[in-house]
Ligand binder design. Structure first.
Ligand SMILES: [Zn+2]
Length: 74
């Protein structure tokens, strides 16, 4: 009989990962702690974005646009 493994796809990098026991991978369903952090960070940012009903993104965009223009001029 084939040893049963647990196969899943990392939601962050879409890599397929297989472990024999869930305990083998504490970061599941992520393949590594880095992917886990990326996902947490993503959710965290979305929550901030939703909780701020004002539009801070326009300020963010303005800052980045001016930086881009600055870079192009040099
Ligand atoms: Zn991953």
């Amino acid at each position: 009989m084939v040893a049963p493994g647990i196969q899943f796809r990392c939601p962050t990098c879409k890599k397929e990962v297989m472990v024999l026991k869930p305990e083998d991978l504490p970061t599941r369903p992520f393949c590594c702690s880095r992917c886990k952090m990326i996902d947490l960070y993503k959710w965290f940012n979305e929550e901030i974005y939703i909780s701020q009903s004002t539009h801070p993104e326009s300020e963010f965009f303005k800052t980045h646009t001016s930086l881009d223009e600055e870079a192009e001029r040099e």
